[in-house]
Ligand binder design. Sequence first.
Ligand code: ADP
Ligand code: ADP
Ligand code: MG
Length: 681
Amino acid sequence: MTLFSKILIANRGEIAVRIAEACAALGIGSVAVYSDADRTALHARVCDEAYHIGPSPAAESYLRMDKLLDVARKSGCEAVHPGYGFLAENGGFAQAVIDAGMAWIGPSPQAIALMGSKIESKRLAVANGVPIVPGYFGDDQALDRLKDEADSIGYPVLIKASAGGGGKGMRVVDTASDFEGALNGAKRESLAAFGDDSVMLEKYLARPRHIEVQVIGDRHGKVLHLGERECSIQRRHQKVAEESPSPAISEETREGLTGAALKLARAAGYENAGTVEFIYQDGEYYFLEMNTRLQVEHPVTEEALGLDIVQMQIMIAAGERLELEQEEVRYVGHALEVRLYAEDPEKGFLPSIGRLSRLRLPRGLRNVRVDAGVERGDAVSPFYDPMIAKIITSGGTRGESIRAMQEALGYTDVAGVRTNLEFLRWLVAHPDFAKGDFSTRFIEESYEPSAQATIPCEAILAGAFTLMESDRSQSTGSVWHARPWRQAREDMPISLRVDGRRYDVRLSVLAGQGGQWRARVSEGMVELYEDTVIVSGLQARSDGGETEGTRTLHFQLAGSDGQQNISRSLDPASNMWSVEVGGRRYWIEQAPALSTETLTTALHLKDEDNLESPMPGKVLKVMVAAGDEVKDGQPLVIVEAMKMEFTVKAPHDGKVEKVRYTVGDQVAVGDVLVELEKREG
Ligand code: ADP
Ligand code: ADP
Ligand code: MG
């Protein structure tokens, strides 16, 4: 077998690491590329060679075909693996790689062009008798035509970018009156992301499931399916948990689905790995699109079938024949994957940026696989997808892989950014998930973030006291003593993160009330707890027999009955404090203090807190100027970060006093975008 001597991995993060592992297993050299933000990234370290290709924004690095080809040529690569995302579905890049005399580890540029188009592939599906969702897929993009088509499809209607992917340019429209606004949003998002604003319309199915079929073909005309994956657990139409096989379909449906996928792949002359996506409802399936690349969730297929898809991809690109026969593709068990994201479930799953000051992934546990591209200390930057890791568990039955996942997630621990970990724990403990009874709307219908992720007042206060104390002991050089806060200044501001969430606490001694403190706690611009919290009887002491660094904090909150004992400890490895409240551990970190400007803004904004950027990102559109009169709810500014855009709307009628940013500006969470004058009446 003559495979390649060296492969360029034109990607980053976990998938680049995953491909490097496959190269190593096959005895092939691996070449990484990295941007400024990724100088010390894991993927660059695990490859045999690594080359810098430019600044952090993907458009200036990972999307630069010229630079990638340059590195490939100079380092003597014989093939290019694009991973997923970035240039993976770019037929032009595939062609350029081939023209440069190297092998493209993926389907042919012709197959990418045909099946990568949501519309072309639907035409092929219809021609081959594969059902599609009723809709409009025509070239006429005039507003009136689209409106008419939406009317005849019947609401709710889904607008999709024809060139779309990753949920971009997708809008659900419930009524005709919302159509035009949604259309404009979809077009703008699509133009920005894909340089093309044409759309298609589909009937929006109420409670479907997402089921997809993995296919793989060699260069000699053999095409196989590798079973199905169920990916119905989604937020914002993007997958968060996937499994194989699907708990929802009968053997007969499975045959129908896999047969339809094979028919399409063969009709397209497909080679290498690809995924045929369907939605499934009430026993019927409809072709959605084909992804002409390796998929994020490929590990569940690998674990459920006992195969290595990335190694197969490489061998196929080298011209090897698929030795596997269709009858040999058999489930050896069940596998489940969850995507651990740096995002905030309480804020509509918006990305959360920061340094992973703590990261414990469930590596080495039985039946658990972890695919990650980051390590403790690495940053989740605003430039790329905020996925931290994929955790994959397997078992002889679905129940076994769910139990293994519960254990794996119980062990997982992240600090420094907000994550969806609590959400994932909730998911794998949910009885409907266990029963396999869910649709793509499961999260939206069942998940109540506030009930899950609330951080108790005790944890925030104990964290604040702990930080204040350790700060004082550092500056005075004194060691821990029984009443460390006696001479504290009045109105101490402390900014901290509890499990990655930022709080600002102001503590003041209540004069003449021996040992009582008043605490005000705010999160972002919002003050928590309507009444100020009175803390009394505050003491800390080292209880005998505990490990070094463990102390118990005793205190009482006004209104609460009895003394509370909260134990806290210092983790020697990360030098981070944690407090334990109600049997749960919370990680504490000092956060940078708020600037005076932000504080002033916070006061000024009080209950009009939605003029700020909800996430770090880039200003995409400014729709108002100083002096404009705006109405309550009117869109003012659109901010974009990673895979989504967010519209900041006027919280009330009024006149715009100042617009602080222009298109293209980078903004941080909480940056005030527009100043609005409050109008009387
Ligand atoms: P689908 O395309 O059907 O939603 P995936 O969930 O595999 O399937 O991926 C969605 C898209 O999001 C991919 O095309 C890829 O561009 C992007 N994406 C997802 N996760 C990442 C990541 N960690 N890094 C880069 N891109 C990603
Ligand atoms: P993307 O390119 O973002 O992957 P898809 O067409 O694959 O776009 O759709 C992504 C998700 O959106 C699906 O998995 C499904 O949850 C939802 N979706 C897509 N089309 C429909 C539809 N017609 N009705 C209901 N949900 C849909
Ligand atoms: Mg899709």
